[in-house]
Design a protein around this ligand. Structure first.
Ligand SMILES: CC(C)(COP(=O)(O)OP(=O)(O)OC[C@H]1O[C@@H](n2cnc3c(N)ncnc32)[C@H](O)[C@@H]1OP(=O)(O)O)[C@@H](O)C(=O)NCCC(=O)NCCS
Length: 186
């Protein structure tokens, strides 16, 4: 017995950054300059930990289940530790002037690969789900990635996140590789 315990089973998907279907409901967008990182971290935690099902899927991912951890990650993305992340790669969807969802992306340094964008975080607030907000945010960040000459997009999610997998596949993503993480107490 090695003592390692499987903690997270993830999957990475890749897309050609096609435009996505336009939402039926009017959605407005703002970039991150309209919000503080605290407000954005609150939005994230509310979305990823909303239901029992959401907590089951994301509970082992501190970066989206723990508010301080999420705040720190947002700070690092903003400081461009993972790659370029200008305000336009942070899009907040508004419905009736209320924040409904958030997408945060970055473009890593890619010396040996074509330029590409990473969807670091996508979330829709509980009361706004199933109205096309997630798809609209994805379409919006695809536009921003293409505008910056990205040739494809990457996103990762837990393998058990069936609703997100359906969303990504509907937006043209294909599953590429799994990423399983193990932990041991030392
Ligand atoms: C996953 C998530 C972003 C979807 O946002 P959303 O705005 O509700 O999604 P949309 O309304 O744009 O749905 C687009 C497509 O995704 C799929 N989908 C979304 N929610 C679904 C659900 N609950 N069950 C099944 N399919 C679902 C459907 O194919 C849907 O198309 P359809 O409505 O024509 O059937 C949202 O549920 C969420 O924030 N979850 C918690 C955080 C998370 O898991 N983020 C993504 C992975 S890191």
């Amino acid at each position: 017995m090695s003592g390692f315990v499987e903690k997270r089973r993830g999957i990475t998907l890749i897309s050609e950054l096609k435009p996505t279907e336009r939402p039926k409901k009017r959605i407005e967008f703002l970039d991150r300059t309209a919000f503080s990182l605290d407000e954005l971290a609150d939005m994230t935690i509310m979305s990823f930990g909303y239901s029992e099902e959401d907590r089951e899927i994301h509970g082992d991912y501190q970066s989206v289940s723990d508010r301080d951890a999420n705040r720190r990650i947002l700070e690092l993305i903003k400081k461009e530790v993972f790659g370029q992340s200008p305000p336009a790669l942070w899009q907040i969807a508004l419905i009736d002037q209320r924040p409904a969802g958030l997408v945060v992306g970055f473009i890593p340094e890619a010396e040996y690969r074509p330029p590409h964008g990473v969807v670091g975080q996508l979330s829709v607030l509980p009361g706004f789900r199933r109205r096309g907000v997630g798809m609209a945010l994805l379409g919006r960040i695809h536009d921003e990635f293409r505008f910056r000459d990205c040739r494809y997009g990457f996103v990762g999610t837990p393998r058990s996140n069936h609703k997100a997998l359906k969303l990504y596949e509907k937006a043209g993503y294909v599953r590429t590789f799994g990423q399983d993480e193990f932990e041991i107490q030392i």
